[in-house]
Design a protein around this ligand. Structure first.
Ligand SMILES: [Fe+2]
Length: 282
């Protein structure tokens, strides 16, 4: 029997007693989807997937979408993206992907509503995936700040100029791609409404923000940092300590996430990722 248990009052729930390789009926599928929206993050324990089975399980939550850097998809299963601690850019630099609080693919008009991960190889300890409930974080902001930021829009590129200027944080493959393609900035609301429950949440990827409309790049980054400091409180964060067999997903419309890099870098942390298509943020 499937059981869903809250992991903390504000964020995170655990699902046990279900094998997602088996057919899932419509009522169960709906309960799982409602549990992600309600709890923001959901871990389904004790799964055993091939990449194809993982993809099939992830599609219980919607349609998969392709990633930006398609070269880094899993050969033969393009909707599955390896997320490896040994990942290097083409110039040989090792990159800590996702080390800052962010939301995925905000440079897309239709960014993913859910991000789904599955553990393939884990370090002995550390390497948690952290999810912050930014619906709770937004609700806890002082009213004058809410009034100030409601209606603000971020202009999203691949790597923003203020972040590029800091040198350390960016990935040269992404910068090259930006220089080659020169994509038009995509505007996203800084405060986003989740269409499934009408709640508002902070929504951004600091590295992808060129600027907030009407503000300069540096000034925009300091506002985002200030919002993170105010809104990402320990009681709103679920730090997922991985176990083999975990499938872990969260609702990008109500969350920011980041990876922990607090483990021996000779050990390999490999997750598989599927992004689930979302609606146009508003
Ligand atoms: Fe991410």
């Amino acid at each position: 029997m499937m059981k869903i248990t809250k992991l903390s009052p504000n964020v995170g729930a655990e699902v046990t007693g279900i094998d997602l390789r088996q057919p899932v009926d419509e009522a169960t599928r709906r309960r799982l989807n409602e549990a992600v929206v309600e709890n923001v993050a959901l871990v389904v324990r004790d799964q055993s997937f091939t990449p194809e089975q993982f993809l099939a399980a992830a599609t219980l939550f919607g349609e998969p979408m392709e990633r930006d850097l398609k070269d880094y998809s899993l050969p033969g299963v393009p909707f599955v993206h390896p997320v490896s601690s040994h990942h290097k850019s083409k110039d040989g630099t090792r990159i800590k992907v996702g080390a800052r609080w962010h939301s995925d693919h905000t440079n897309h008009l239709y960014p993913p509503k859910y991000t789904v991960l599955y553990a393939v190889e884990l370090p002995e300890s550390g390497g948690n995936t952290n999810v912050a409930n930014t619906r709770a974080g937004y609700a806890a902001l002082p009213e004058d700040i809410k009034r100030r930021i409601d209606g603000m829009q971020t202009a999203n590129v691949i790597v923003g100029s203020a972040v590029r200027a800091q040198k350390a944080a960016f990935d040269s493959d992404r910068v090259k791609w930006q220089e080659r393609e020169k994509p038009e900035p995509v505007l996203q609301p800084l405060v986003r409404t989740n269409p499934d429950n009408g709640t508002k949440a902070l929504y951004f990827h600091p590295n992808k923000v060129e600027n907030i409309v009407g503000m300069g790049p540096e000034e925009s980054q300091s506002l985002l940092n200030d919002l993170l400091e105010r809104a990402v409180k320990p009681e709103f964060v679920y730090s997922h300590k991985w176990r083999m067999g975990d499938m872990f997903l969260w609702d990008n419309r109500s969350a920011l996430h980041k990876a922990g890099f607090d483990y021996d870098e000779n050990q390999h942390r490999l997750l598989h990722r599927v992004l689930i298509k979302g609606e146009r943020p508003h």
